[in-house]
Design a protein around this ligand. Structure first.
Ligand code: SAH
Length: 340
């Protein structure tokens, strides 16, 4: 049975029309789900009994189980169990501008980036839209808070689960529902070119971040196997087209790995690659994990790298470090939970 959290407002309108009922019922149901946050059809008191029975036969109310949480002052991490027993993570970060939630899009990940914990477990399946929506709903309910920003930077490659991720975005973006603004949603991808092209055409005003992490082709291929399929030059060309088509600014993420990609020469190569583009670079201090040998660059090295970009007119920020104490790196909580 389809989860009620898998359907967009449009899907639901189609459903009601198809069963010969009124389209506006969809809005009523959406209001119960996402404004009043009820957890059964019986609570939808403006619907007739026979319609409630019909909905019950068509859609289910699904849930995620919160297995464990870990907390620091500015971050809280959740380990969820899905209905089939698989485990995923979400990370809530408290910013001065609001609460930002980092959501997982897959169970495991096939991208095998050398420095990333998530890829140590190969992809087992895509997450369904409801399983992404519920990461947000469950955390809002559990902590009695509102989430203002969503980033698809948890476990998984969102563009390797394109349709479900787009459906998820449509559901949380719906003005009559959760109403999370498109500009408050960011998709992060390792660079799957055909999907970036598709995304450029889809006219959702969602932010795009590219995990770059290297300043030249051979280094990027060592760190990110996807670069053997979609080469750095082609990726940059694709992003230039994306910017032209959408008029939107793109973020490049660059995780700083000690003695690997953090040298002066890397910074200069990066300047060359990105100069003139409507973009900014987000330098990410690496979150060390016990299973992977990479180390984080020193603060001095990061500052030097930052200054080279700055001096060459590349917009750049250094990501504030969240929750290294609470294993906030992608996939870390799940990896350690399994071994306990
Ligand atoms: N697959 C997507 C989104 C998930 S990863 C992507 O590649 O963008 C989200 C970001 O966290 C990526 O930039 C990823 O490279 C980075 N990341 C992974 N492991 C990390 C770690 N241990 N420390 C810091 N950043 C990490």
């Amino acid at each position: 049975m389809l989860s009620i959290y898998d359907v967009s407002l449009k899907d639901l309108e189609n459903y009601f029309e198809q069963i010969g009922d009124k389209k506006y019922r969809a809005r009523q149901v959406y209001e119960w789900l996402y404004r009043k946050r009820v957890s059964s059809f019986d609570e939808m008191t403006n619907l007739k009994k026979d319609l409630i029975e019909r909905l019950k036969n068509q859609f289910s109310f699904t849930e995620l189980k919160i297995l464990t949480t870990l907390e620091d002052e500015d971050v809280k991490k959740f380990l969820f169990e899905l209905e089939d027993g698989k485990k995923i993570e979400a990370v809530l970060m408290y910013h001065d501008y609001g609460n930002s939630l980092c959501i997982s899009s897959e169970v495991g990940c096939n991208m095998s980036c050398a420095f990333c914990e998530s890829g140590r477990l190969k992809k087992q399946r895509n997450l369904l839209p409801n399983e992404m929506v519920l990461q947000l709903l469950m955390i809002e309910k559990n902590l009695n808070i509102r989430i203002s920003h969503v980033v698809l930077m948890g476990i998984g490659e969102p563009f390797d689960n394109y349709d479900n991720v787009m459906k998820f975005i449509d559901i949380i973006n719906e003005p009559l529902g959760i109403a999370l603004g498109a500009r408050h949603i960011t998709i992060s991808t390792c660079g799957i070119i055909p999907k970036i092209k598709m995304f450029a055409k889809c006219e959702r005003q969602v932010n795009l971040a590219i995990s770059l992490h290297a300043s030249n082709d051979s280094l990027r291929s060592k760190l990110m196997p996807i670069n053997n399929v979609y080469k750095l030059d082609d990726l940059i060309k694709c992003i230039k087209e994306y910017i032209e088509q959408t008029n939107r600014r793109v973020t490049f993420e660059y995780v700083m790995l000690k003695d690997i990609n953090d040298k002066e020469q890397n910074a200069l190569e990066l300047v060359n690659l990105l100069k003139g583009m409507n973009c900014y670079v987000n330098i990410i201090p690496y979150n060390e994990t016990s299973h992977i040998e990479y180390k984080k660059s020193s603060k001095d090295t990061i500052d030097r790298f930052y200054n080279i970009l700055k001096k060459n007119n590349i917009d750049v920020t250094i990501r504030r470090e969240f929750g290294s104490k609470v294993m906030a790196a992608c996939g870390q909580l799940r990896a350690n939970f399994k071994e306990e």
